[in-house]
Design a protein around this ligand. Structure first.
Ligand code: 30K
Length: 701
């Protein structure tokens, strides 16, 4: 006798074969009954999930016919259809990756699933298939049941963040972006606020149709709690998290007024009627000039606004609690989604490892994981994490991308994209001479584009250098290291006593003179650093100013010496560098203009042809290069170089003609008794230049 759904094909056969449409699964014994795929699930229904996630939950009951097996699982197919009346399912397209399934989309063991991130006012066609161990053996598709529904408009999702635009003793002006899912037109926002000392029952509400609002009648120097929500046709969405802002303390206010007093007094003298007009102009002018003089001034760095569609970056240190900034701008990553592989380098607060991160519902990414070293203080932890608070605000192909943070465990981690070729400086050193000028300019253009993006947002990097730019496998360069700038800035504000010792922390060779002398950091000082970075790139990672000491570099730069064009560097690029190194920061180009210059060069590659005369190692240039017409003796030459102090050494070595000087070798100079390293280099380069000049003269004759 054969078990159910099987039979023998001939007399005396030892196995019972399955009847058509019935199967034995791999694990089934030969003597067991044959089984078939299950029938379709039944009673499929849907309903909205509570909350504002735009979710729908689906439920069904198991198939009536289990096909003779006990196990069953389900798969969900999601399609999006053009109209509510589905006449032809073929006209529906796949939902794509936007929709997420909880717990999973396939191999579901339970009879319910939640779909999230659905669009509003869209018709979905959902099919739920039932499968068992023998489904794969059947040539027919799994049986399914389907349902369609049209999502209604729902209330807006929460407003993701809120920022202070300005403050006075009795008022605060706030701005915020649209909710991620407005689900229709936003009709108005409700801002509710209360004194932090009291509770939410005492909250007052104000309404606005725009994304900014000024709240008045506040008490000076007090902390207020703010919450915001948006309303569309369907009603109000949920309130945002509470954020706290403080009104301006009276002392600070009076100081600000005092600073403006001389201007006011001047205006008063102009007469009463005139005064009104003048005062208005003065206020505008003062505000504007302040902004230009110090683009990283507290005010602007602190505030985010959407003026002209550009967001200003928000300085996490202006938050009451900087970890709030991290929460706001950085996603918290589940440790279980991250695999750390090997250490690839070290950074200021600990080591950097390579890892793999699998975000739910997305493919695995290679990432770099910065880990805060064990035993770090709370202050170090918050400085460490504030880099993520900055990075998380940016989204540009030439700015390192933040994937998220892990803050809930003792050793905090920052997860960013992995950059296959590592830091730009070592990458170039390891590949010296391997790239065309066009490729090098392409890399520089990338860094320039990242910097233009950052400067548009009023972010001042302060530590732009090739070591802080990372390169991926496509040679795309991305600006990184937003930590050092934060650290220096934090100290600036909070620990003035450290400022003096900080001198050593400033990367002098990359820093504009006004920044290392008076700490006037600005986008214009970033432009100076960009010029140095251009030099690093064109010289394949040579150290700027070679082995000169920081002191010597500062002195040389103050005396208007500038780096010469690296070997093989087109003069058009060197002249762009020289523009970045203008002593007066107002004279330097903006990143915008640097980028257009580079684009022009890239479009006309002839301009990037190296001109031979300049390709040889040039001396540290002065803006007025050595004028040989007035140089006829060795003393003249030394004077032109501001190296008069070595006259005796030159005389002792019988270097009494320009011809002899032009033939100086590096060893000769070392034996001369010129003991300052930078000077040896300077003299050698100047001698080379002299040689070029003399040979040129001969050719001309
Ligand atoms: O892929 C990488 N992604 C990163 C993200 C890497 C490094 C940082 N932060 C560091 C940037 C440089 N800065 C220097 C002062 C210290 C912090 C963020 C990163 C690296 C990398 C790791 C540590 C130091 C420098 C770079 C990386 N190094 C690599 C070396 C590499 N990726 C890929 C290949 C490689 O081969 C030698």
């Amino acid at each position: 006798m054969c078990p159910p759904n099987s039979r023998t094909s001939h007399e005396g056969s030892s196995v019972c074969e399955c009847r058509s449409g019935f199967y034995r699964a791999a694990g089934d014994a030969n003597s067991s009954a044959c089984t078939t795929p299950p029938s379709a699930p039944v009673s499929l229904s849907w309903e909205y999930e509570s909350g504002d996630g735009g979710g729908v939950s689906l439920r069904w009951r198991p198939p009536v016919d289990m096909g003779g097996r006990s196990e069953v699982w389900y798969g969900v197919v999601c399609r999006i259809c053009p109209s509510p009346s589905i006449t032809n399912p073929a006209s529906c397209s796949w939902c794509g990756e936007g929709v997420t399934f909880s717990p999973v989309q396939t191999n579901l063991k339970q009879t319910s699933v939640t779909l999230n991130n659905l669009l509003t006012r869209v018709t979905y066609l959902i099919q739920v298939q039932a499968m068992n161990e023998v489904s794969a053996l059947s040539p027919f598709p799994a049986r399914y049941t389907s349902i369609n529904f049209t999502t209604s408009q729902s209330v807006p999702s929460t407003v993701p963040m809120m920022h202070q635009l300005s403050r006075a003793p009795d008022s605060i002006t706030l701005s915020w972006p649209q909710p991620d899912r407005p689900n229709g037109d936003i009709l108005e926002y409700q801002l509710r606020y209360f004194d932090k000392a009291s509770d939410v029952d005492s909250a007052v509400s104000v309404y606005s149709e725009t994304n900014t609002l000024t709240v008045g009648s506040l008490i000076a120097g007090s902390i207020y709690a703010f919450q915001i929500r948006a309303r569309n046709e369907r009603g109000f969405g949920p309130f945002s998290n509470t954020v706290y802002f403080t009104t301006l303390p009276l002392e600070e206010h009076s100081q600000q007024v005092q600073n403006q007093l001389p201007l006011l007094v001047g205006s008063v003298m102009g007469g009463a009627a005139f005064l009104l007009v003048v005062a208005a102009i003065v206020v505008v002018v003062v505000f504007r000039s302040k902004r230009r003089a110090s683009p990283y001034s507290d005010r602007l760095q602190r505030y985010i606004s959407n003026r002209g569609g550009v967001k200003y970056y928000v300085d996490p240190s202006t938050y009451e609690d900087p970890s709030e900034a991290v929460k706001e701008f950085a996603r918290e990553i589940e440790s279980t989604h991250l695999k750390i592989e090997e250490v690839i380098g070290s950074a200021q607060f600990g080591e950097v490892s390579r890892g793999r991160y699998r975000p739910p519902g997305r493919r695995e990414l290679l990432v770099a994981v910065k880990t805060l070293r064990l035993g770090a203080s709370d202050r170090e932890k918050s400085m460490f994490l504030s880099e993520a608070g900055v990075l998380g605000q940016f989204d540009h192909p030439n700015v390192l991308k933040l994937e998220g943070v892990i803050t809930r465990v003792p050793s905090a981690r920052i997860i960013t994209e992995f950059m296959e070729n590592g830091p730009l400086d070592s990458f170039l050193r390891e590949n010296e001479g391997q790239f065309s000028v066009l490729q090098l300019v392409g890399m520089l253009r990338g860094v320039g584009a990242g910097m233009r993006y950052l400067s548009e947002r009023n972010f001042v990097h302060r530590d732009l250098a090739a070591r802080n730019v990372l390169v991926n496998s496509n040679l795309v360069c991305k600006v990184s290291d937003f930590g050092l700038s934060r650290l220096m800035r934090g100290m600036d504000h909070n620990m003035p006593t450290y400022t003096a010792s900080l001198g050593s922390k400033i990367p002098v060779r990359w820093t504009a003179p006004e920044a290392f002398q008076h700490r006037k950091f600005s986008s214009a000082s970033d432009v100076w650093s960009f010029g140095i970075l251009m030099w690093e790139v064109m010289s394949y990672g040579e150290r700027p100013y070679w082995d000169m000491s920081n002191q010597e570099v500062m002195k040389a730069v103050a005396e208007q010496f500038r780096l010469p064009a690296p070997t093989g560097c087109p003069s058009a690029l060197h002249s762009l560098m020289l523009q970045c190194w203008q002593a007066e920061r107002e004279d330097r180009p903006s990143f915008e203009s640097i980028l257009s210059s580079m684009d022009r060069l890239i479009r006309h590659p002839v301009s990037l042809k190296t001109d031979i005369m300049r390709s040889c190692s040039q001396p540290l240039l002065t803006p007025t290069p050595t004028d040989f017409s007035s140089v006829s003796t060795v003393s003249d030459w030394l004077r032109a170089l501001r190296m008069e102090r070595y006259q005796d050494e030159f005389a002792r070595a019988h270097l009494d003609t320009l011809d002899r000087v032009s033939r100086l070798t590096v060893e000769d100079i070392q034996n001369l008794g010129v003991n300052l390293l930078g000077h040896q280099r300077k003299i050698f380069n100047a001698a080379q230049q002299l040689k070029a000049h003399l040979t040129q003269g001969q050719v001309e004759v």
